[in-house]
Design a protein. Structure first.
Length: 123
């Protein structure tokens, strides 16, 4: 089975599992918006695709309250444990590559409880 297919199947399993967690915003929404970014963050493409960047912008727009932003942080953090071969550096610069900025930390070891409610700039 190809690495790309494994990534997609893992993402779909993660998406289905998260539909029942009741997080706000739901990880299922984030997974759906973030799915087009998998080729970029796993080194299969040299730049993020337009659907990926739209998904990044949609995810950032979901971060209205502190609870929303913490949920986004937790979902992104979970992605590092279920999607193989995510390149941390690429994941961290993805919002900037898509013309957006956010101070929501991106990584497998971040402390999402420290995420605050702040303004975000969308490109």
């Amino acid at each position: 089975m190809s690495r790309g297919l494994i990534v997609v199947l893992t993402m779909l399993c993660w998406w289905g599992w998260n539909m029942a967690t009741g997080e706000v915003p739901p990880c299922a929404d984030l997974a759906s918006d973030g799915l087009p970014c998998i080729p970029y963050v796993t080194d299969f493409s040299i730049s993020p695709s337009p659907p990926c960047c739209q998904g990044v912008k949609d995810i950032i727009k979901m971060g209205v309250t502190r609870a929303d932003r913490q949920a986004i942080c937790l979902c992104v953090k979970k992605a590092f444990s279920v999607i193989p071969h995510i390149h941390l550096g690429r994941a961290q610069i993805l919002p900037h590559k898509c013309g957006s900025d956010t101070d929501i930390p991106i990584g497998p070891n971040v402390d999402c409880s420290k995420v605050q409610e702040t303004e975000m700039k969308l490109g």
